[in-house]
Design a binder for this molecule. Structure first.
Ligand code: UDP
Length: 324
């Protein structure tokens, strides 16, 4: 079975490509390499192209007969989305619209979409389940919710069936350390801590220690990248027997504060993290924890990496191999 992975050169996409290839799928990666890395595509076929270029999409779908599409191509920095919303509406909304239109034209009707906890906005309760009000507080969240809305309409009108997976904090790397998390600029907590241990003269900044949480730092739900990808595999199977546009939260269900993550890194690496406490980062809610019971029940999915140190260990292994 041939699957198209849009954004397969990125962090989550590249792990998905590996997992699908190892599960016996034929994988084609479509990526414009704007934030992804050519060297991360170690399995399958890479086609360099842009979702904003309809002729790239037309040629791709003419050349291959896809059983389904997994879509990871998106801009995903909240801060950037506030300063440059146009980039987010163009890439995340128009790009996805072009992709869905090409799928419709080519008769491809299985779609897995990378959505986000950012569609919920400021949590009104915790943990967050799928029924939580959807009130994004930044253009990134808005762009993802717009696509989810589009997917509901495309399922009803055109029979394109989809699963939107609302990620909480993806973390870690494949245990083989062949692929990992690499962004430029890096904004995520775990890679920033690990980079501060490996790079000369880099000190970690902790964004705020005066939140209403037990130790004052923000609490997040870190889900291992391979647990996340497993859920995509299960969602793809699920679409074989379920019609419509469905959505599932994906998290571990346990929250860890920034300080707890720093301490866990010290446990794993035996190194002391040098940090300074800075002002709060705009747009960071105090606590984000997923209720993923719907995915557990309906997709028959279960997170295997429930131990945060095991998650960090896989990230550390990969970071140690990078030539910083
Ligand atoms: N954070 C931090 N220092 C960093 C990066 C992140 O203190 O260098 C904090 C951030 O303010 C948030 C948490 O770590 O409370 C997780 O941030 P990340 O960017 O990894 O994910 P987000 O939850 O924003 O998607």
């Amino acid at each position: 079975m041939k699957i198209l992975i849009c954004g397969g050169a990125g962090y989550i996409g590249s792990h998905m490509v590996k997992m699908l290839s190892e599960a016996g799928y034929d994988v084609v990666v479509f990526d414009n390499l704007s934030t992804g890395h050519r060297e991360a595509v170690k399995w399958g076929t890479l086609v360099v192209g842009d979702l904003l270029n309809k002729s790239d999409l037309k040629a791709l779908f003419e050349q291959h007969d896809f059983a389904g599409v997994m879509h990871f191509s998106a801009r995903s920095l909240v801060g950037e989305s506030i300063v440059e919303p146009a980039i987010y509406y163009e890439n995340n909304v128009v790009g996805t619209y072009n992709l869905l239109e090409q799928m419709r034209h080519s008769g491809v009707d299985r779609f897995i979409f990378s959505s986000t906890a950012a569609i919920y906005g400021n949590p009104e309760n915790t943990p967050i389940d799928e029924a939580h009000p959807k009130q994004p507080i930044n253009p990134y969240g808005h762009s993802k919710l717009m696509v989810e809305t589009m997917l509901n309409d495309y399922a009803r009108a055109y029979g394109i069936n989809s699963v939107s997976l609302r990620y909480f904090n993806a973390a870690g790397a494949d245990p083989s350390a062949q692929i990992g998390e690499s962004h430029d600029p890096e904004t995520h907590l775990i890679p920033n801590i690990l980079r501060s241990l490996l790079l000369e003269g880099i000190q970690l900044k902790v964004f705020g220690d005066d939140y209403d949480t037990p130790d004052g730092t923000c609490v997040r739900d870190y889900i291992h990248i391979n647990d996340l990808c497993q859920a995509h595999l299960k969602a793809f199977d699920y679409l074989g027997s379920h019609k419509g546009a469905m959505a599932f939260n994906l998290g571990n269900g346990t929250g860890f504060s920034v300080m707890e993550i720093i301490n866990a890194v010290t446990e794993v690496t035996s190194k002391v993290v040098d940090y300074s406490v800075e002002a709060r980062r705009p747009g960071d809610p105090a606590v984000l924890i997923a209720d993923s019971q719907r995915a557990v029940k309906d997709l028959n999915w279960i997170a295997e990496y429930t131990d945060i140190e095991k998650v960090i260990e896989t990230a550390w292994r990969w970071h140690c191999q990078q030539s910083y």
